[in-house]
Design a protein around this ligand. Structure first.
Ligand code: AMP
Ligand code: MG
Length: 492
């Protein structure tokens, strides 16, 4: 029996979609961590995955039975400029697994050696970016955000040359699929409309089967993608998550967050916050994320024009209408989520200034975004609060007291009782997020000292982000002045 139950539908598409090639073996594979629950849900024995055999598969040293390794091709707008030829330059799609829940998933090795799409890069990944992606993607999953996931990570025993030599690693990443807006752009720009249609049919069958029954399946697909992305980016905004590199090749048709390169969660709130070292103009700043998603979706819509309608004018009108739905859908999702964060059944037009004023106060007084909301959740029902919650970590500043009184007045009119309100707010306002300084600390310990304990502890704490524990206060505490991370770097 095969150790991984593969069934590779993308590799059955014609050769124009990919280059068939195996990962490049490494010198000395060593296990870092295996995601037991995820492995089991995919029908993979976690004990096998962490064994020497499994570790060799993740490292790319053995190609398991049933795999059909490929590097996929795509294009994309990077910081607004179109690049006609990108692709898996440091990743290999091993294959797909049907999954016990009936959801098909890709298993991709990231850092697995050069491919025809490497553009001079080495196809490898240092340990740091692998650990970062493991920590943050799994945290996002536990926070309820659609995301690619980390199945396993291994060391390679090799050094990777960057500004300095760094230990190398490979991540086995799982996604509902790795099909990007940039994948559509590749075939549309090349005017390969038969392949574009095949890609569309594949995406509909795989991710949006309900669209197939629609009068215009292309339009139904576009509308569904718009809706999933609106929901996704609303999730990011509500959590204070900054993706950092929202290029069209980093946006998936399936609606999962992908590419944990220069991403970061905000500590103190500011709408203009940018972390990425290469985002000089702030294109992907926190406040720009919804607008950029909208822009990226218009790129997708453009690729679909020839398939939307034979009449070009009609196709344009349909596409425009579909993408025009984004702002409203985003706002609706964001408002719903903000209501939960504030412990309200709904946010009405009258509440708009309540929300805006809170965010403005947070920005003015550099309040920690996560803890401010969590402290409000503590205050929602002081009767049931056994310990002090996060009160030791976050003091409500005097400047917030008038706002607090307004909020307390408003919740008093709401239909939820206080314990329901608190439960709702705790579920919407995590105590633990992957704080940048803790992620850095875990990466540094592993990279400099071969000490993986901080990495494992962080992943473990973030598995229960909504349940505050006094003994884990360190993981909820904002960075001290010398710990603040101001810049993040992409994984390359
Ligand atoms: P990203 O910034 O991760 O979205 O990557 C952008 C493009 O650069 C993709 O086509 C990647 O495959 C490629 N790339 C990034 N890092 C490397 C690397 N170390 N070696 C080869 N290609 C890379
Ligand atoms: Mg990418």
């Amino acid at each position: 029996m095969s150790a991984i139950p593969f069934d590779n539908s993308y590799a059955r598409l014609p050769g124009g979609f990919y280059t068939r090639l195996a990962p490049t073996p490494v010198t000395d594979p060593g296990p870092i961590r295996v995601n037991t629950a995820l492995a089991e849900s995919l029908g993979i024995d976690p004990d096998w995955l962490v064994s020497t055999e499994g570790t060799r598969v993740v490292a790319g040293n053995d190609v398991p039975q049933g795999a059909d390794p490929i590097a996929t091709v795509y294009a994309g707008h990077q910081f607004g400029s179109y690049n006609p030829q990108l692709g898996d330059g440091r990743a290999i799609l091993l294959g797909e697994v049907p999954g016990r829940d009936g959801n098909r998933r890709d298993i991709q090795l990231k850092g697995s050696g050069p491919t025809p799409y490497s553009r001079g890069g080495d196809g490898r990944s240092p340990l740091g970016p692998v650990l970062r992606e493991y920590i943050v993607s799994e945290a996002m999953y536990k926070l309820g955000v659609p995301t690619t996931r980390a199945l396993a990570a291994v060391t390679t025993g090799e050094q990777v040359a960057r500004e300095e030599f760094l230990p190398g690693a490979v991540l086995a990443r799982v996604a509902s699929s790795h099909i990007r807006i940039g994948t559509f752009q590749f075939f549309a720009a090349g005017q390969k409309f038969d392949l574009l249609q095949l890609l569309l049919d594949h995406v509909i069958a795989r991710h949006y089967p309900e669209a197939a029954a629609s009068e215009n399946p292309t339009l139904a697909l576009l509308e569904a993608v718009v809706s999933r992305q609106a929901q996704l980016v609303a999730n990011w905004q509500l959590l204070g998550f900054i993706h950092g590199v929202m290029n069209t090749d980093n946006m998936l048709l399936c609606g999962e967050t992908i590419d944990y390169g220069p991403c970061a969660f905000m500590d103190d709130f500011h709408p203009d916050r940018v972390f990425s070292s290469i985002d000089h103009g702030g294109r992907y700043a926190y406040r720009n994320q919804p607008g950029i998603a909208h822009w990226n979706l218009s790129c997708l819509a453009q690729t679909l024009l020839p398939l939307l309608h034979d009449d070009r004018e009609r196709a344009l009108a349909l596409a425009q209408e579909a993408i025009d739905a984004f702002p409203h859908q985003f706002l609706a999702a964001h408002t719903r989520g903000m209501a939960h964060k504030l412990g309200l059944v709904e946010i009405t037009a009258d509440d708009t200034t309540l929300v805006e004023d809170l965010l403005q106060l947070m920005a003015e007084h550099q309040l920690d975004y996560t803890l401010a909301f969590r402290r409000l959740a503590d205050l929602a029902d002081e009767a049931t609060l056994e310990s002090g919650g996060v009160s030791e970590l976050f003091k409500i500043p005097d400047a917030l007291l008038p706002w607090l009184a307004r909020w307390q007045g408003r919740v008093a009119e709401d239909t939820m009782n206080s314990s329901e309100r608190q439960a709702c707010m705790y579920a919407a306002n995590p105590a633990f997020i992957p704080r940048n300084h803790l992620v850095e600390e875990a990466i540094e310990a592993a990279t400099r000292n071969g000490d993986f304990a901080p990495f494992h502890q962080l992943v473990d704490v973030l598995a229960q982000p909504h349940q505050y524990r006094d003994d884990l206060a360190r993981y909820a505490t904002p960075p001290g002045p010398h710990q603040v991370v101001r810049q993040t770097f992409c994984g390359t």
